[in-house]
Ligand binder design. Structure first.
Ligand code: F6P
Length: 471
């Protein structure tokens, strides 16, 4: 007996890891994708196929915390070539505006195809007749068509959590046509922003030669594929409740105290990724102190850098660069007991994140390119007193919704310094006006609304898609 909803994502919501005593156990995996899908799984009693991290073989399906999980193993070579290589050394930088140089290797591509096929085959085994399969993200762009070939009865959705680049950049990819055809196996292809969906439609027209009209692609076999934007969100009510929790409030006070009760706390929380603009924001903050605009007696910058993709070269270099900069800024500008930057290379549970959000006066989110950025939304959800300032890059998807943030161009150092200072000095009335509007936006567009709108459209599209004709 199969499942009516199958989620296919590169990662499971939990990782297989060894604890301090060497026993293997499960730990929540990093990233926004996991937090977004979990509520959908619960609502539909679905099954989730994904890689549990590492190279553990022969893991059986399991249920953790009510979630049905099917681990799919990868060999060391597959991790290197599919995950670290093609996904994170080729597609990730290419899709993020080439902020780092993408590498193109034929062996990486071959392994990407092989791993995508394994995911598709497992999904084909697990799905009930006529089931819905929802495939996620750039690591699995070939799965929709592979799955359709195996199981034409299924309703297939695909959602890209990261940006989809303009044709001028995507065109560099030697396997551009295969990727587009892979995605076209879905009935509905979802993106974060309308611009990304338009990039996709334009590429399909130019490179694959299919007819398109607005958000629809017409395939020669009579099927239609819709490509549209579904901006992802967070469990806003969940974060709000957490932020109001007495223990979290107490912890927020403890954090402020431990930092020496400065006048204002700046905060950055990111996966340690070169797309996030961590270096640029710390430099801007350091310059403000050097210029005498801010002082270490009054202000501190807490930067949490969550370890990520540590075996990929760009990521290792980035860590060294950031730690060098933090050391320099603190060495040059800090005083005893008053470092300019409080830097933490670690990941925290949701409770500690909520306490940090509550403790911080200015949240600084400055990616060079980001599909959405859920940290920005989490901060807003946690500001239950309608205070605090958000400094947000124009190049994060979230900037299209959070218009009342201090929007910055992370490449413009002076612009960023000016925005940090303005946010630092803003009057409570101004902060409250902006935060209220952003909180309303997040409350109305939470992750449940995101998932519902994608699933509803998928059901509708798969139902009618086959009979639509060119208008
Ligand atoms: O949201 C983008 C994303 O790449 C997810 O696909 C991924 O699970 C998450 O960030 C964390 O990255 P990784 O799985 O490479 O640790």
């Amino acid at each position: 007996m199969g499942h009516d909803l199958v989620i296919v994502a590169n990662r499971l919501p939990v990782d297989r890891v060894n604890d301090e005593r060497g026993r293997s156990t499960w730990r929540r995996s990093p990233g926004g994708l996991v937090s977004a899908i979990e509520p959908v799984m619960r609502a539909h009693d679905g099954v989730w196929i994904g890689w549990p991290g590492g190279t553990s073989q022969r893991l059986k399906p399991l249920t953790i915390d009510g979630l049905h999980l099917v681990p799919l193993s990868m060999s060391e070579e597959e991790i290197e070539e599919h995950y670290e290589g093609f996904s994170n050394g080729t597609l990730w930088p290419l899709y993020h505006d080439v902020v780092a140089k993408p590498e193109f290797h034929r062996e990486w591509w071959d392994t990407y195809v092989k791993v995508n096929r394994r995911f598709a085959e497992r999904a084909a085994e697990l799905a009930a007749e006529g089931a819905t399969v929802w495939v996620h993200d750039y690591q699995l762009q070939l799965v929709p068509q592979m799955l359709r070939d195996l199981r034409p009865d299924l309703r297939i959705g695909f959602y890209l959590h990261i940006p989809f680049p303009p044709a001028e950049l995507f065109q560099q990819l030697p396997w551009r046509r295969q990727i587009l055809e892979g995605l076209l196996g879905a009935d509905l292809v979802g993106f974060q922003l309308p611009g990304a969906a338009q990039n996709f439609i334009r590429l399909v027209r130019q490179r694959v030669g299919h007819k398109t009209h607005r958000d629809l692609v017409y395939l020669p076999d009579g099927r239609t594929v819709r490509a549209a934007a579904y901006p992802i969100s967070i469990d806003a009510a969940g974060f709000e409740d957490l932020a109001r929790d007495a223990a979290v409030e107490e912890r927020a006070r403890g954090i402020r105290e431990a930092l020496g009760d400065p006048r204002k706390i700046f905060l950055g929380i990111d996966r340690l990724d070169y797309t996030k603009g961590i270096h640029a924001r710390l430099r801007a903050f350091g310059e403000l102190i050097r210029d005498g605009e801010l002082s270490v007696e009054d202000a501190v910058f807490v930067q949490v850098a969550v370890p990520s993709r540590e075996r990929v070269e760009h990521y290792r270099n980035l860590r060294d660069d950031i730690e060098l900069l933090v050391g320099r800024i603190n060495g040059d500008l800090g005083r005893i007991g008053r470092p300019a930057i409080s830097y933490l290379h670690t990941s925290y549970p949701r409770e500690e994140m909520a306490a940090l959000y509550r403790a911080a006066d200015v949240m600084v989110v400055t990616p060079y390119r980001d599909g959405m950025n859920l940290v920005a939304k989490e901060y807003v959800a946690c500001r239950v007193d309608d205070d605090g300032a958000l400094v947000l890059s124009e190049f994060a998807g979230a900037a299209e919704e959070l218009r009342q943030a201090w929007l910055v161009n992370p490449y413009d150092m002076n612009g960023m310094k000016a925005a940090l200072l303005e946010a630092y000095e803003a009057e409570p009335k101004e902060l409250s006006r902006r935060m209220k509007a952003m909180r309303k936006q997040i409350a109305q567009h939470d992750v449940k609304a995101w998932a519902d709108s994608f699933m509803t459209e998928l059901e509708d599209e798969a139902h009618h898609g086959h009979t639509k004709t060119v208008r």
